[in-house]
Design a protein around this ligand. Structure first.
Ligand code: ADP
Ligand code: MG
Length: 723
């Protein structure tokens, strides 16, 4: 085997590695939520009154009696300390995609100098990290940095286990001293409230008497790559940017389709089981895992939960995923496009809304045409996707996700909604003002007596749609793998709230002189005439769709983050968020500022790294090789043998192309005089990204020429196939 020294060493370590020791599997019942201070534990440990208070707040979101907080704090502390915890932390979700935590000890000393422990309701409820280092989008000036974390009693506290023992983690909201949200949890909770308020109106107009609080639910499928640590450590781009900025395609990619749902490699399976064991202890219901499309790519999908808890769990899952991968000698890549030329990773956010009295409002049942509540809620989603398509695009915008969207592997950058044959027909009928019936799925009979017949699904799947109805929920498939699910959930709940408000107003008027069914059809007919253009069941990857969507249907095709984020400044978006109470104008403006800054920083960091790697890794290897082959040609000539100089010329040409492109990239990167943030983002999306691509093209060309034993960076075939 050739390869330079560091690559050979990496391969040696991988092929000789010993398995990471793992716990022997325990029964699910034994480990399930063992590290969580959940309702079951509270029932055991709290007074009856305190337990009842907590239970009610969790179910309905109603305010908790402050005296209950003291009781909860005391038993939370006892429970955590009995398990070895000495520290607690409010964990919160700033406007980045990450989580943040500040650890405090339970310890205080008394006048006698003894160490005692203290954890009051006050300490449980409120923490105060110096918030000045978190992105706040101009909400706070640095000299007024006070930020508060406040306990969210509706998301259970848990123990985060590390080698140094457990820490009690308390899910919290994060706000400025002036009361503005600096996080993703506050707007998510508010969006639920807005959705509930609007949904209550619609359901009551529909004659429902008993309507309990509605909540949104989320089940997120997470895709990721695993690369052995030994390779990753030799790739500065993987370490810093989470993606390869260079790399020629391997001779084998994903074209054999032999990875998707393939047998999971034993080392990965051991890792997955270890990972899921930890998730179970944390009360995260890991449900499905499998190989994904690309080599080295996998997926984990937990069972769905209420959106607020699912969002907290999703963040925790990403942390545990990275840490467990590390323990097993892998770097886990959640970047949306770690490897050029093969599929990137997304996160499918499955979303529905419901309550305990009406059930899942997005469940059509056997005969959707006579499930009027369902039709109204489904119609509300269609209106939302149409009216707020650009917002849905903006909340999934990131430097990483720009590599996926519209690249024929992931949903296009045009927001449309897929309903499936059965529902599309019903909504087509509604557009004509009628409601005729529902086509059933029928029975699948394979004609094999030993295989049982089963009921067919009434709708197929459409993998090319960014937003698809999948039986009893919508699946937002264009979300990036690294992104928090909160942004998409906030947008979906808020657009639904807005649509349900509109429906409530229309329905109330229509009901005055029509039957319930006539009124529903009339309202939905109007809705479909105005917004039906967003419904699309065909191939979302095709160029015909791109043309039809934009030219005939007036839908927006928004290719980059630079094009998408300015949507957040539009008046109708401000109106959406302020009228629903989800984000004030100031809070919304701060989101635009923070996200655009993150985008600019991400691209500029990558550009600097491209320059650095091209100059200090690739150029030296390539020139060494050039010197080698040039002198070989000369020596041969002296010996009277004429060798072709074509390779010498080609390598020399690529080296000079690369260095010219590096200079141009340096020039565009140095520009800093922009009229606006929008202009700066456009510069990143076009000039900088373009110049980076030029460097890469030459460098990847060199990788295919330069002697393997000189090439310093682990190659695609090594990173993707050696485990
Ligand atoms: P697929 O890959 O076929 O889309 P998966 O089983 O991998 O299916 O993931 C589907 C996700 O959708 C899971 O997280 C599942 O729990 C979730 N889900 C199922 N029903 C609902 C629902 N009513 N609301 C929200 N999420 C749901
Ligand atoms: Mg899915």
């Amino acid at each position: 085997m050739s390869g330079n020294e560091s690559r050979l060493q990496a391969i040696y370590h991988i092929t000789n590695r010993e398995d990471t020791p793992v716990e022997t599997p325990k029964k699910l019942k034994k480990i399930w939520a063992s590290d969580v201070f959940n309702l079951a534990k509270m029932e055991e440990l709290l007074s009856k009154k305190a337990f009842k208070g907590m239970k009610k707040t969790i179910a309905t979101g109603e305010a908790l009696d402050p005296s209950v907080a003291d009781v909860v704090a005391a038993s939370m502390k006892d429970w955590a300390m009995a398990r070895g915890a000495k520290f607690f932390s409010h964990i919160f979700y700033p406007m980045t995609n990450a989580t943040a935590e500040k650890h405090d000890g339970f310890i205080v000393t008394n006048p006698e100098g003894q160490a005692i422990t203290e954890f009051t309701g006050g300490l449980l409820i409120k923490g105060e990290p110096d918030g000045s280092s978190f992105p706040n989008g101009s909400i706070r000036v640095t000299n007024a940095a006070r930020g508060h974390t406040v306990w969210d009693p509706t998301s259970p506290a848990y123990l985060m286990q590390t080698a140094n023992g457990p820490t009690l983690m308390i899910p919290s909201v994060f706000l400025s001293w002036t009361g503005e949200s600096l996080d993703k949890k506050i707007p998510l909770l508010r969006s639920n409230t807005a959705m509930n308020n609007a949904a209550q109106k619609v359901l009551k107009l529909m004659g429902e008497k008993d309507v309990s609080t509605l909540n949104s639910s989320c089940g997120a499928e997470q895709e990721y790559f695993l690369v052995d640590d030994n390779f990753a450590a030799a790739r500065p781009d993987l370490v810093l940017a989470g993606r390869t900025l260079f790399g020629a395609p391997a001779a084998k990619g994903q074209e054999f389709d032999d990875h998707y749902f393939g047998a999971i490699p034993p080392r990965v399976l051991v890792f997955m089981q270890d990972f899921e064991n930890t998730l179970y202890k944390l009360g995260i219901p890991a449900k499905a895992h499998h190989n994904e499309v690309a080599p080295g790519q996998f997926e984990i999908a937990p069972y769905y939960e209420t959106a607020n808890i699912a969002a907290d769990h999703q963040q925790l899952l990403m942390t545990v995923l990275k840490n467990t991968a590390k323990k097993h000698g892998f770097l886990c890549l959640m970047h949306e496009k770690p490897f050029a030329g093969i599929n990137g990773s997304g996160k499918h956010v499955n979303w529905s809304v419901g309550n305990s009295t009406q059930g899942n409002l997005l469940d059509p049942g056997e005969t959707p045409h006579d499930n009027l509540n369902f039709l109204l809620f489904c119609g509300a989603v269609i209106r939302g996707v149409h009216k707020y398509g650009p917002l849905l695009r903006a909340v999934i915008a990131s430097a990483g996700n720009d590599h996926r969207l519209g690249a024929n592997e992931a949903p296009p950058a045009i927001l449309s909604v897929y309903l499936g044959r059965q529902l599309e027909k019903i909504f087509d009928d509604i557009k004509e003002g009628k409601l005729t019936g529902s086509e059933g799925g029928g029975i699948m009979d394979l004609g094999l007596s030993q295989i049982l017949n089963f009921a067919k699904d009434p709708g197929d799947r459409n993998r090319t749609s960014p937003f698809a109805f999948t039986g009893n929920r919508f699946e937002f498939r264009a979300v990036g793998s690294e992104q928090s699910v909160s942004g998409p959930l906030i947008a979906m709940n808020t657009m639904l709230a807005d649509s349900l408000e509109w429906i409530a107003t229309e329905l109330e008027a229509a009901l005055e002189n029509a039957s319930e069914e006539e009124a529903v059809v009339a309202v939905l007919q109007k809705l479909m005439i105005e917004h039906g253009n967003a419904v699309f069941g065909g191939d979302g990857y095709s160029s015909e769709w791109h043309k039809e969507a934009v030219e005939e249907r007036g839908l927006a095709n928004i290719p980059t983050t630079a094009d998408a984020l300015p949507t957040l400044k539009e008046d109708y978006i401000k109106e959406l968020f302020s009228s629903t109470g989800v984000l004030s104008n100031v809070e919304l403006a701060s989101r635009y500022e923070v996200y655009s800054e993150q985008y600019i920083l991400a691209i500029e960091m990558e550009a600097k790294l491209v320059i650095d790697m091209a100059k200090t890794s690739i150029y030296p290897a390539a020139t060494r090789y050039l010197a080698d082959i040039a002198s070989t040609v000369n020596e041969a000539k002296e010996a009277g043998v004429e060798l072709s100089t074509a390779t010498v010329a080609k390598v020399a040409g690529l080296i000079s192309d690369m260095m010219t492109s590096v200079d141009s990239l340096g020039d565009v990167l140095a520009q800093h005089d922009f009229d606006s943030t929008d202009a700066h983002m456009q510069h990143c999306a076009n000039a900088i990204r373009g110049a980076m691509d030029n460097v890469r093209t030459a460098a990847d060309g060199l990788e295919l020429e330069v002697a393997d034993d000189l090439w310093p960076l682990p190659k695609y075939q090594e990173m993707l196939f050696i485990k």
